[in-house]
Write a protein that binds this ligand. Structure first.
Ligand code: FE2
Length: 198
């Protein structure tokens, strides 16, 4: 059985940038539904005993198992998204090692955020915007729909959900405003540094 992980903050902790009402639906309905659908799809199969990461790698690129991949990847991506966020009121200075890495590969944090916003806006339809390490280089990459960077040789540091369900109640069609609000106020840089091995 796969389970819905607890949110690492209270539902109100991301306000005013992401409302408790958005979390009520995004985490409580959408994320929960991916977990429930995944459990139904793998019930009474050998896949049910795998870890989430191993399951995703096993069924990736197999058209007959697309429904399992989509639900499993959405569970993984959402777990990673919640961990990528921190309460709005919690100060989160970046480690000097991470600052140096960002400066080397993007020039500045501002440029990283410009490229991340462009990726959020240019993702046609639903998807995800990731900050990853590709070998030792920091990069912004996008994945469409449920697709994930897991199993592609990339090390994810942070992710932003750009499905409409992530922002429509709070921002309607203004995906760029949502992305900027999250980047400026809610990113968990300690999680990013930990994932980067810094
Ligand atoms: Fe989502």
């Amino acid at each position: 059985m796969f389970t819905l992980k607890s949110l690492p903050f209270s539902p109100e902790a991301l306000e005013p940038y992401i409302s408790a009402r958005t979390l009520e639906f995004h985490y409580g309905k959408h994320h929960q539904a991916y977990v429930d659908n995944l459990n139904k799809l793998v019930a009474d199969t050998d896949l049910a005993s795998l870890s989430l990461e191993d399951l995703i790698k096993k069924v990736a690129n197999q058209p007959a198992q697309a429904a399992i991949f989509n639900n499993a990847a959405q569970v993984y991506n959402h777990d990673f998204f919640w961990a990528s966020l921190r309460p709005a009121k919690q100060a989160m200075p970046m480690s000097t090692a991470l600052v140096a890495l960002i400066k080397r590969d993007f020039g500045s944090l501002e440029q990283l955020l410009v490229e991340a916003k462009e990726a959020a806006l240019s993702q046609f339809g639903s998807g995800w915007v990731w900050l990853v390490l590709d070998n030792d280089r920091l990069k912004i990459v996008k994945t469409a729909n449920a697709d994930t960077v897991l199993g592609r040789g990339l090390k994810p540091l942070l992710v932003l959900d750009v499905w409409e369900h992530a922002y429509y109640l709070d921002y309607q069609n203004r995906r760029g405003d949502f992305a900027l609000a999250v980047f400026a106020n809610l990113l968990n840089w300690e999680f990013a540094a930990h994932n980067a091995g810094l």
